[in-house]
Design a protein around this ligand. Structure first.
Ligand SMILES: O=C(O)CCC(=O)C(=O)O
Length: 195
């Protein structure tokens, strides 16, 4: 894996994108391995007091003793598979961040999605660094400022790495909208450091 770095994309402060962090071959192999072997769950979250299953599958991997409540859902914590542990070690070295948790999302097709949110849970600290690796189908990722009309869209390619750091979570929300006609699945790995 190459080191993720800043790039000249028109993204706001706190977001940087590297298209080819993993080769096409490695991304595909990893996609099929994770799709088959991770212990996928479909937790429920409470929105305005009502319980809904989330529109995607998830797996939460973390060091022992890490506990992360995500919008009210307490995910089962899985141990690190070797292939993701070695990716975590490389990313931690490259970015100088002690990643200790990984939220993996499987979007089965374009009907699966993630709504507008910020990763601003207090367990992530004031200026969290999140490394987000994409595998499989390309999906549009949207970013909007919390207090004005600034909006950005970027297509996240298979093998890419999007880094969110600085005040990206304080100042912006992001989402992965539905793409109704998309038939192909995508896996997203978000490496996090929980304090
Ligand atoms: O799938 C993606 O690229 C977005 C994931 C995301 O927003 C998150 O895990 O907080």
């Amino acid at each position: 894996m190459q080191q993720p770095n800043a790039n000249p994309n028109h993204l706001p402060d706190g977001f940087s994108y590297q298209a080819n962090a993993l080769s096409a071959q490695k991304s595909l192999e990893l996609f099929y391995y994770l799709q088959q072997y991770l212990n996928w769950q479909q937790p429920s979250i409470k929105v305005y007091g009502k319980s809904h299953v989330i529109p995607r599958l998830q797996c939460f991997i973390a060091d022992q003793n890490v506990n992360y409540g995500y919008s009210g859902s307490q995910l089962i914590v899985e141990p690190w598979p070797e292939v993701l542990d070695s990716m975590r070690i490389r990313l931690s070295r490259a970015l100088q961040i002690p990643f200790n948790a990984l939220l993996v999302n499987l979007y089965r097709d374009g009907h699966d999605c993630m709504g507008w949110h910020s990763d601003d849970e207090k367990e992530l600290g004031e200026q969290p660094t999140i490394a987000s690796v994409s595998l499989g189908a390309e999906r549009v990722f949207k970013i909007k400022h919390k207090h004005d009309n600034e909006q950005h869209s970027i297509v996240l390619q298979s093998g890419s790495c999007l880094i969110m750091n600085g005040f990206s979570q304080r100042d912006y929300q992001h989402s992965l909208p539905k793409q109704q006609r998309l038939k192909h699945p995508r896996i997203n790995l978000t490496f996090r450091s929980i304090v």
